[in-house]
Design a protein around this ligand. Structure first.
Ligand SMILES: *[C@@H]1O[C@H](CO)[C@@H](O)[C@H](O)[C@H]1NC(C)=O
Ligand SMILES: *[C@@H]1O[C@H](CO)[C@@H](O)[C@H](O)[C@H]1NC(C)=O
Ligand SMILES: *[C@@H]1O[C@H](CO)[C@@H](O)[C@H](O)[C@H]1NC(C)=O
Length: 647
């Protein structure tokens, strides 16, 4: 039997995607062999602390298992039924029964577990489980895969038919009701999520853990930045040893009464020697691809098969059940249940009381040790790199613009101007500003952010569809540099197919800010915008996709009627004013001092064809060469002329 169990990994390969034997730490996976059952118990210290669980579980691992869980107690267990004694964790799934007439026969299972250590690049850390971590995967009440809430492939059912001669020919099913016999056993597997939020050791809704964006090789969401080993439990139920030659369909039932199979779920509570696991996870000899756990020298040191085989629950047991010995009812209130509401029991079923030795203090639900991640700590008044993240909706309340001469600093200054604490660069030329990051965005390896900045080839400005993200927690107040008009609401983009403000517009060579505001007030509009130094437009709302924030530096054309004022840009940008804001109406504010105009041309182009949805498309190339000296020079000439005429 042992030979067969050891071959089960091969059976699973087609369903999991090939685990190559290449010595690449980014593809490493351990399999844990030589696991023995510890107990078949009605305890679930995660869901029912210090009580009796609603149904039976088949438990593997550390001998300190009981009705409560705290890491110190479990970590201190005297032995484990896992060969590697450094692992005092417990793992379990529900007990499976064969229904025979009116009896229920507990089936025996061989077990093998896997730790998938895949990462995006060899030096990306996979960390040891934090002390106190608990996980529950699956939904005991599910009657369809959709109701489990799990990604495809998190639960698997595989019927081993002729595994020895055709190891890849086994039959996968959506549930355990195979309409064939499984002469070499029925495999049920459960994959745990491996991205941790760095804070919570257990949440009833499971939100402290997330899967990567693809079950096996993917990346972690930024809300869950700590990558842990991805556990998969594999139980191979010996259906054939009880009933040979009989199709499984209709004969199997989980301990909670579920006859569909979708009630499959599993738990993990951490009992690892953290130092040993962390050392192994950083030992190149332990990351040589797909390998047994005991091929890792660090872990082999604590391997003891005899201890594992003889290990018993050290705190006693509540009940005991022998494999293949029929019982008349599933323990607890667990009548056969295929659909609809769970059948209730009449009369109610009384629970046994839990002996004191099996009760105890529960550990904290929150992690308080040294931080597993530095990414979320951003010093104030400073832009700190957060990493390379993916997803077009990765920032919330965001706007974006492009600049062929983009630099990290330009983008950061623009985001600060608009009171946005997140600044993201994309494809070398795009800047995205936002107030927050979508927690569902994913951290990608830095190598994905490999586009050189258009305006500084020594730095990277994101990648194709990947944002190079910076955060400055102090950048939350809108502040347009150099602009003091209290009604000024920033340099904004013109509309795409028509003006950004559509109710009225007028061209006037004597244009000033006051003139445009008065014109829009006369038109009974609340928003005013000026461009080209002479075109004033009015409206009550932004139209034609206009009004999107832009950097102040791109509004740089002096007003025709007052060259100390700025009246928008030369093609796609407007200086905008909200006339309902206080100030500026009856007492025109002093002329705003224009920001220093750069003598270098500012180019804006859409050379990078839109790489993701939502990118502002700018089809024109704008070159602005306006400078203070031009205006001053012209003014002086004019005055000179005037003086000469008078003279
Ligand atoms: C179930 O019923 C069949 C037919 O009466 C009988 O042969 C078999 O032994 C019964 N099984 C159990 C476990 O009682
Ligand atoms: C966190 O910062 C410490 C000290 O600077 C550093 O040694 C460690 O590698 C950092 N950890 C991560 C996950 O970046
Ligand atoms: C203009 O200011 C008012 C407050 O006076 C505000 O409610 C409104 O949203 C602003 N409009 C725009 C387009 O910013």
């Amino acid at each position: 039997m042992k030979t067969f169990i050891n071959l089960t990994l091969l059976a699973l390969l087609p369903y999991l995607g090939a685990v190559t034997a290449a010595p690449d730490p980014a593809l490493a996976a351990w399999h844990l062999d030589n696991l023995y059952p510890l107990a078949t118990e009605r305890f679930d210290p995660v869901v029912s602390p210090n009580g009796v669980a609603s149904h039976l579980h088949r438990i593997v691992g550390g001998s300190a298992f009981g009705a409560n869980y705290n890491f110190d107690q479990y970590n201190d267990a005297s032995c484990s039924t896992a060969a590697v004694q450094a692992d005092k964790s417990n793992y379990w799934m529900p007990q499976m029964f064969w229904r025979d007439n009116s009896t229920f026969v507990p089936l025996k299972a061989g077990t093998r577990f896997y730790y998938f250590l895949h990462r995006n690049k060899p030096d990306q850390p996979v960390r040891a489980f934090p002390p106190g971590l608990r996980m529950l995967v699956g939904n005991p009440n599910a009657k369809s895969y959709a109701e489990t809430g799990l990604p495809s492939g998190a639960l698997n059912f595989i019927c081993l038919e002729n595994h020895f001669s055709t190891p890849n020919g086994d039959t996968a099913g959506p549930d355990f009701n195979f309409n064939i016999e499984c002469p070499q056993g029925l495999v049920t597997t459960v994959r745990f999520p491996n991205c941790w939020d760095g804070v919570n050791l257990y949440k009833a809704d499971g939100s402290h853990m997330k899967y990567t964006n693809n079950l096996q090789f993917g990346v972690c969401p930024i809300s869950h930045p700590v990558r842990l080993p991805g556990i998969m439990l594999e139980y191979t139920w010996q259906t054939y040893a009880y009933k040979n030659g009989v199709p499984l369909k209709g004969n199997l039932i989980w301990a909670n009464g579920d006859t569909t199979g979708y009630g499959l779920h599993a738990d993990f509570v951490n009992g690892w020697d953290t130092e040993v696991l962390e050392t192994a996870l950083n030992d190149p000899d332990c990351l040589t691809g797909d390998m047994t756990m005991t091929a890792c020298p660090t872990l082999a040191m604590s391997m003891n098969l005899k201890t594992a085989q003889n290990c018993q629950p050290q705190r006693g047991v509540l009940e005991s059940f022998a494999d293949f010995a029929p019982i008349n009812a599933l323990p607890g209130c667990n009548l056969p249940w295929a659909s609809g509401p769970k059948p209730s029991c009449n009369p109610a079923v009384a629970n046994p009381s839990v002996p004191n030795g099996l009760k105890g203090t529960d550990g904290s639900l929150t992690y308080t040790g040294p931080s597993y991640t530095n990414a979320t700590t951003s010093p104030p008044n400073q832009w700190t790199r957060q990493g390379c993240i993916g997803g077009s909706t990765s920032l919330t309340n965001s706007f974006q613009y492009s600049d062929a001469a983009m630099t990290q600093a330009k983008c950061q200054n623009t985001c600060a101007e608009w009171g946005m604490q997140y600044s993201g660069l994309l494809s070398g030329a795009y800047c995205v500003c936002g107030s927050d990051v979508d927690p569902g965005a994913y951290h990608f390896a830095d190598s994905n952010c490999n586009s050189k900045c258009g305006g500084d080839s020594t730095k990277t400005c994101g990648g194709n569809g990947k944002l190079e993200l910076f955060r400055n927690p102090s950048a939350t107040t809108v502040n347009h540099p150099g602009m003091t008009d209290p009604q000024y609401i920033g340099c904004r983009r013109e509309g795409g197919n028509g003006h950004a403000l559509s109710a009225a517009y007028i061209n006037y060579d004597g244009m000033t800010i006051e003139w445009c505001k008065n014109y829009c007030k006369a038109q009974k509009q609340t928003l005013a915008g000026i461009e080209f130094g002479r075109t004033c437009m009015c409206g009550n709302e932004w139209t034609n996709g206009g009004g999107v924030p832009y950097p102040q530096e791109q509004c740089n054309v002096p007003c025709k009627g007052n060259n100390k004022q700025i009246c928008g840009g030369s093609q796609i940008t407007l200086s905008t004013f909200n006339l309902t804001l206080p100030g500026g109406s009856t007492n025109p504010s002093p002329s705003p001092s224009p920001p220093p105009l750069s003598s270098a041309p500012v180019s804006v182009s859409n050379s990078a064809s839109a790489t993701q949805s939502g990118v502002v498309t700018i089809t024109k190339t704008v070159t602005v060469t306006g400078s203070c000296t031009t205006g001053a020079h012209r003014r002086r000439n004019h005055r000179d002329l005037k003086f000469s005429a008078e003279g």
